[in-house]
Design a protein around this ligand. Structure first.
Ligand SMILES: *[C@@H]1O[C@H](CO)[C@@H](O)[C@H](O)[C@H]1NC(C)=O
Ligand SMILES: *[C@@H]1O[C@H](CO)[C@@H](O)[C@H](O)[C@H]1NC(C)=O
Ligand SMILES: *[C@@H]1O[C@H](CO)[C@@H](O)[C@H](O)[C@H]1NC(C)=O
Ligand SMILES: *[C@@H]1O[C@H](CO)[C@@H](O)[C@H](O)[C@H]1NC(C)=O
Ligand SMILES: *[C@@H]1O[C@H](CO)[C@@H](O)[C@H](O)[C@H]1NC(C)=O
Length: 356
């Protein structure tokens, strides 16, 4: 048995070599890290037997693909996810523009020759990793009377020692350095970083929170007993933390963005401040809250009672009485017309009302 096994093994190796010798695809480089938004060129070289059965081999087509199976690939040119972004170059190259994170994949080619079985797929392909740049504030520190902000630029696929450039307000290059950089911010300055070689695709920038926008919910007149929410938001990177306090600083400090005061009272009237703070600095905005007395509570109970008697109970009683006396079928809805209405029934009822 062992001999049969060895024989079969050698036979299969022979078959493998027979069908594969001379067929080869190499991708160079075999791994690519691209920054989001940039353009990449994928390249490969392939070889094939120059003659099969004495017929000269001619390459008929090359397809780059990421999806589909090795035998039924979806050509990048026909893949809607790459619409308008793919351009085949000479030989075995393809250019993909405006790379997004969803483009991370293994890119392979399949080429076809004039021979019936002369089709070959180069696996596993070239690995494309796509990364946006992240700019993190590590810490702010005070040294020699200066406030330094230490930042780190990060890409998920570039090597750590890759050089970075540091950009002020989107244009001015401050420095070229490693991925860590310390800077003394002045107000309104925006700092971003970019990987060297990808200067056009910088990270989001870091800045002091913008002046917060504050508002009240609900927005109309505020009455005692209501629930009031004070909202605050500020454009900031890194994202801001918020706190609310009132003019006397008496209001307890809240580390929340939106402050809700349930069952508000007139003692809550006054100025409120929202402060948006991040590791770069802070900004404050104020809003005035005026709490009005609730009208329902202030109106005399006696008034409601009289109103109720005069416009509801009495007319109804009289109406019933009239109905009995005259036998006329009045429309009940006329009874609820306001006194200003010129309706004769109403007028008549009111007169009767005073007489009774
Ligand atoms: C591919 O071919 C080109 C030119 O024929 C050559 O310069 C390059 O080194 C080759 N790359 C690989 C990975 O074989
Ligand atoms: C530095 O930061 C402190 C608080 O951390 C602040 O009071 C001071 O004004 C800042 N100095 C400058 C020059 O920004
Ligand atoms: C605060 O209110 C704003 C505006 O209504 C809203 O966009 C934000 O998500 C709220 N924040 C929280 C933490 O609820
Ligand atoms: C914001 O709040 C978070 C969580 O409470 C805290 O870790 C962070 O240091 C705060 N940032 C600032 C700038 O205060
Ligand atoms: C009573 O009032 C309603 C609506 O005002 C009207 O549609 C209806 O015709 C009235 N009926 C009589 C008997 O007047």
């Amino acid at each position: 048995y062992i001999y049969i096994f060895i024989f079969l093994f050698i036979f299969f190796i022979y078959l493998f070599i027979y069908f594969h010798v001379g067929w080869c695809v190499t991708y160079s480089p075999s791994q690519i890290c691209a920054i989001k938004g940039s353009t990449v060129d994928l390249q490969c070289n392939f070889t094939y037997p120059s003659k099969i059965d004495n017929i000269v081999t001619v390459v008929e087509s090359i397809k780059w693909f990421t999806k589909g199976t090795a035998t039924a690939p979806i050509d990048l040119k026909n893949d809607p996810d790459y619409a308008g972004r793919v351009e085949y170059g000479t030989g075995c190259t393809v250019r993909i523009r405006n790379i997004g994170e969803a483009d991370s994949a293994f890119y392979k080619i399949r080429f076809k020759t004039n021979h019936k079985h002369g089709i070959y797929t180069g696996v596993p392909g070239v690995k494309l990793s796509v990364s946006g740049l992240k700019l993190n504030v590590i810490k702010s520190e005070r040294r020699n009377n200066h406030n330094w902000t230490k930042m780190k630029c990060k890409s998920s696929c570039l090597p750590d020692q890759h050089p970075y450039i540091w950009i002020k307000n989107g244009q001015e290059i401050l420095a070229e350095s490693s991925s860590v950089f310390s800077y003394e911010f002045r107000d309104k300055e925006h700092i971003s970083c970019a990987a060297k070689g990808y200067e056009k695709f910088p990270s989001p920038s870091v800045y002091v929170p913008k002046l917060p926008v504050v508002s009240l919910i609900p927005s109309g007149e505020i009455k005692e007993g209501m629930s009031l929410t004070l909202t605050c938001s500020s454009d900031a990177n890194p994202a801001a933390n918020y706190s609310w306090f009132n003019k006397n600083e008496k209001w307890p400090q809240y580390s929340i963005q939106n402050l809700t005061i349930a069952n508000i009272g007139q003692q809550h009237s006054g100025l409120y401040y929202c402060e948006a703070i991040n590791k770069r600095g802070s900004h404050k905005s104020a809003i005035h809250v005026t709490v009005f007395a609730s009208k329902l509570d202030k109106a005399p109970v006696k008034g409601h009672f009289l109103y109720f008697m005069r416009f509801y109970i009495l007319p109804k009683a009289i109406f019933n009485k009239l109905k009995k006396v005259s036998g006329t079928d009045f429309n009940a809805s006329t009874l609820h017309l306001p006194p200003s209405d010129n309706n004769f029934v109403w007028f008549f009822l009111n007169i009767l009302c005073y007489i009774i």
